[in-house]
Design a binder for this molecule. Structure first.
Ligand SMILES: NC(=O)c1ccc[n+]([C@@H]2O[C@H](COP(=O)([O-])OP(=O)(O)OC[C@H]3O[C@@H](n4cnc5c(N)ncnc54)[C@H](OP(=O)(O)O)[C@@H]3O)[C@@H](O)[C@H]2O)c1
Length: 277
């Protein structure tokens, strides 16, 4: 498993697992827990969730999946902007800890910029960190200007990641956000790496996959995994999908593949707003 180094020096797996929509359906719960547990067996121990997903239901699924093996996992969760005041952040974190059935969240993120001043949220993160309730903190859906604000705060240099939408079809952040983060050695966490499944139907991705005896999911993930400083968190609701996604680690895209993908999904030539859907 390739590793990504956080600014603290700690390493985490480059390929993790998302959980959006998990916990929505009681019928799928068993399969979702089995999928997450298999992912952990395969080394995809970074698990991304949020208080928002299934109104806390996804955190409960994660709590069940890591029961008895909490120390193997690197748990990421997020506070909703509406809860991200100084006191609200602490209260939201306590509730997430209960649903996750754990005493600490490894990485706690602000889900997107919202009404509370970022200085307040970061203060709360620092309080939670001192209390041992979170181990690292970061942000999500922050563009360059918002990141500038974060790093200028007294504890801003502790920001561990920015989780943003990034995949072959959503490459806008290559123009400025990725270089900005690279210069400061802040890794990014690529969400919706399969473009929520849309990339799986791309003929161009399929053509590259065929040359590798792979499938589009593996190629879409391999394209991200080949980049430095990028963590990738596909969501898979079945063991079969987890196995396929893990198989992306065995795909090495060559110059011809990358050139073809660049033609089909050109890198940005100018600044674009952050993608989120
Ligand atoms: N910070 C944010 O604002 C934010 C926003 C969105 C997402 N996220 C995080 O990022 C994670 C991933 O993003 P995402 O869930 O939006 O989209 P995604 O990972 O790009 O795609 C998930 C979709 O692809 C399907 N899939 C996964 N592996 C597959 C495979 N091997 N073959 C065929 N289909 C496959 C899944 O179906 P099955 O479920 O049937 O496997 C699901 O429908 C989320 O779960 C969440 O943790 C964060």
């Amino acid at each position: 498993m390739p590793l990504i180094t956080l600014p603290s020096g700690e390493t985490v797996p480059a390929l993790g697992q998302g959980t959006w929509t998990m916990g929505d359906s009681a019928k799928r719960r068993k399969e979702e827990i089995a999928a997450l547990r298999l992912g952990m067996d395969l080394g995809m121990t970074l698990i991304d969730t949020a208080e928002m997903y299934a109104s806390g239901g996804a955190e409960e699924v994660v709590g069940e999946a890591v029961a008895g093996r909490r120390d193997e996992a690197f748990l990421v969760s997020k506070v909703m902007p509406g809860n991200a005041s100084r006191r609200g952040t602490v209260a939201a974190c306590e509730k997430s800890l209960k649903r996750l059935k754990t005493d600490r969240i490894d990485l706690y993120l602000l889900h997107w910029p919202g009404p509370s001043p970022i200085a307040e949220t970061v203060d709360a993160f620092t309080t939670l960190k001192r209390a041992g309730k979170i181990r690292h903190w970061g942000v999500s859906n922050f563009d360059v200007g918002e990141m500038e604000e974060v790093v200028e705060l007294p504890d801003g240099k502790d920001v561990a990641t920015n989780q943003v939408m990034y995949n072959l079809r959503k490459r806008g952040i290559e123009f400025d956000l990725i270089p900005w983060c690279e210069r400061r050695r802040i890794p990014i966490m690529a969400y919706s790496p399969l473009d929520q499944g849309r990339l799986l139907r791309s003929r161009e991705v399929e053509a590259v996959a065929a040359r590798h005896g792979a499938n589009p999911a593996k190629v879409a993930l391999a394209w991200l995994l080949q980049q430095d400083g990028v963590m990738v968190i596909p969501k898979a609701g079945s063991e079969a999908h987890v196995r396929e996604n893990h198989g992306a680690l065995a795909v090495r895209l060559d110059a011809r593949d990358l050139a073809e993908l660049d033609r089909a999904f050109p890198p940005p030539a100018k600044k674009k707003p952050l993608a989120s859907t």
